[in-house]
Design a protein around this ligand. Sequence first.
Ligand code: NAP
Ligand code: ZN
Length: 367
Amino acid sequence: MKMELFMPVRVISGVDCIRENAELFKLGDSCVIVTGKNSAIKSGALDDVIDVLCELGIDYLVYDGIHENPLVSECFDGGQAASAADAKFVIGIGGGSPMDAAKAIAAYAANPMIAPDAVFDVKKLRPSLPIIAVPTTAGTGSEVNPYAILTIDGEDRKKTFNSPCSYPKYAFLDPKYTYSCGYGTTVSCALDAFCHCIESYNSPKSTYLSELAAVFGAKKIWRELIHLENGEELSPKTRERLLNAACAGGIAINTTGTGFPHPMGYNLTFNNGVPHGKACAVFTGKYVEYCMKDEVGAERMTKFAIKIGATPEEIAYRIPRLAGVSLKLSDEEISGFIEKIRTAKNFTNSHYALSLDEAAKIYRELF
Ligand code: NAP
Ligand code: ZN
């Protein structure tokens, strides 16, 4: 039985956890706060962080306006700004986009002389500035892993920046920051977290401990799914469960990585503007179907389903249905997609290793 699990992030959770743990922000006399357009303000997280920094006498620069699916260039610019401000640490507030950007900015700030694309050559980098992550969505789990999924400028292609120094030092999980998330974002993020859990559990790299995290997360989301399907106003308890589940999903993929729905979904995000979680979840039915073609895969998938209180068939039906992605793709678009997933490491990260022809068939069948 493989027990491996590496988790250097100190996770602190609960309502008002930032104010109650203010002293943890003493990581230096100045910092840069990385945010998206509005979510840090709308969620109340920015106010809480700034209050704490002011109390502690720490200078800060707010680097806002990180876009969804952040570009390498905007992270590079953020790194230059952080370096010019002599920031000693970086605080990422937002969904996966600002949290991922914060990791790249922390690397650029510690290496201000490198070219933008040199950041992926992690062995040559000086250690990143310390990072604090404050999620405002319940989805990516970026707060507990070192991945920064960046978009290469002008290429509509994602590349993962993954340095051992990019784990946040602290992750503050306050469910009230997710209350302002609209229905569409909440659904997409919950689906993303579910995809992390199912793809992690069914990866050949999973370990006993990563499986515990994956089942913990998926079970919570599966139980809350009905509220999302009904479009209900979510209770604080449900919000909290989703946030904790997303964190568990992040811990699970930290050990295993994701499976083929992720690289296949990236294409729908770039080409068709489908939000990340929905873009992955639309492939979950096919993921289940193909995993079941392999003997070990079928055994694993069935076990996963039983553990979360479902059947593989129910998962294959409910998850893509909630994603609700309806598109029409041309043969030319599909050929372009296949080229982009050809080299993705996670494409074959399941017991049934999908071929590129099968991926094209899946795109054709679904769209
Ligand atoms: P996101 O791209 O960070 O944000 C999506 C939208 O939700 C934005 O408009 C954002 O507004 C808004 N939003 C966020 N929190 C909100 C709140 N509390 N109230 C109101 N609006 C809010 O979404 P995400 O799904 O969390 O992250 C997706 C990104 O993460 C992708 O780039 C994906 O590749 C990456 N990802 C990373 C990992 C990882 O392990 N590191 C895993 C999965 C995905 P603002 O623009 O104002 O912020
Ligand atoms: Zn994801």
